[in-house]
Design a protein around this ligand. Structure first.
Ligand SMILES: Cc1ncc(COP(=O)(O)O)c(C=O)c1O
Length: 359
């Protein structure tokens, strides 16, 4: 006889990473930072004591972040990646019978996190241009809604929510509903109208902003992210967290990355510059590309979604699919995204192929 598992968990498809890239290609599916680790980060990690447990409260890192953001240390929480904090907050706010609302498509981890919490996902399709339909999301809030996830720039469409849109949305969200503003890619944003959650914390008592060291700061492999928001909400996240899960190397690396933020921001600028070139190349090849604001670009390939990866595989640009497509991209049923910017020449070969070369 088999052990009885929760049926919704047994039915859940585990989070699948993109396949590793071939040695002469590189993986596009996780929006990682293509630059080598900064030497100061390597040095900081080398100094960590591995035989000891880390500081479970991550005090030094939280102090540093609190100072930067202009909040108290209790209004900052650090987790083993921002996805861990998402899990803690969703579980803290929503359980059986409760609803968690988010746009779709958005970050692939959201549905699983909601299911594991025992809550129900309510999804609102993104608009044709990949942006959140905040009007429809506000209308979808019920008395069972416990949390709303807003992802900006949205993974995978790379589109932003503007400050004005967010303010209008928040005016329609009851203060009893937790709003999680997922800004994992905020450092790549160049649109001056984009919302910037950290500057709005004073205004909204139900807002928590999530950021990560994985993308702009290049620490994806160490797993460290943070959240800022009301202390009592973050206390609930701390209670829901696995103790001691943010390692000392991760905490030290994050501090070292902050020490060298200027240089890391230069790398962000280089990625943004390449993003612009890729976008321009794709647009001039006839692709309809929404204005990308993350470190990835979204192509609405529609019913032809499987075709571009086939034609692009010849360029060797990447192998990184969480679904069985050919090399080059990760595809959703009706869309396809190109991510990362390590080898722009390869990517421009992709863009030159254009929509007319599908298949
Ligand atoms: C929108 C979004 N949020 C959160 C995360 C999680 O990042 P991490 O757990 O590495 O901080 C990702 C990672 O891809 C993401 O795309």
């Amino acid at each position: 006889m088999a052990v009885i598992l929760r049926p919704e968990i047994a039915a859940l498809v585990p989070y699948r990473q993109g396949r590793p890239a071939a040695p002469d290609a590189f993986k596009l599916s996780s929006n990682e930072n293509p630059f080598e680790t900064h030497p100061a980060v390597l040095e900081a990690i080398a100094g960590a004591s591995i035989n000891r447990y880390p500081d479970g409260a991550a005090v030094a890192l939280r102090e540093r972040l609190a100072e930067r953001i202009g909040v108290s240390i209790d209004e900052v929480h650090v987790g083993a990646g921002s996805v861990a904090i998402l899990q803690q907050l969703i579980s803290a706010a929503a359980g059986a019978g409760d609803e968690v609302l988010y746009a779709w498509r958005s970050f692939e981890a959201y549905p699983g996190l909601v299911t594991v919490a025992g809550a129900t996902s309510v999804t609102v399709p993104v608009l044709a241009d990949g942006r959140h339909d905040l009007d429809a999301m506000a209308a979808a809030i019920t008395d069972r809604t416990r949390a709303v996830l807003v992802c900006t720039p949205n993974n995978p469409t790379s589109t932003i929510v503007t400050t004005a849109e967010f303010e209008e949305f928040m005016a329609r969200v009851p203060e009893t509903v937790l709003v999680l503003l997922d800004e994992a890619y905020r450092e790549f944003v160049t649109d001056p109208h984009a919302v910037e959650g950290l500057s709005l914390l004073d205004r909204y008592p139900n807002l928590v902003v999530l950021r990560t060291f994985s993308k702009a700061f290049g620490l994806a492999g160490l797993r460290v992210g943070y959240a800022a928001g009301p202390a009592y909400i973050l206390d609930a996240a701390r209670s829901a967290a696995i103790p001691l899960s943010v390692t000392e190397p991760a905490q030290r690396a994050a501090l070292a990355a902050l020490d060298h933020e200027g240089e890391l921001r230069d790398r962000v600028d280089a990625i943004v510059e390449r993003r612009t070139r890729v976008r321009d190349g794709l647009q001039s090849a006839g692709w309809d590309v929404p204005e990308p604001q993350g470190n990835f670009v979204w192509l609405a390939a529609g019913d032809d979604t499987p075709a571009p990866p086939r034609s692009w595989s010849a360029t060797g640009s990447s192998r990184g699919s969480s679904r069985p497509t050919a090399s080059g991209c990760r595809s959703a049923r009706r869309h396809l995204s190109i991510r990362s910017y390590g080898r722009p020449r390869r990517l421009s070969q992709c863009s030159e192929k254009g929509p007319e070369h599908r298949g």
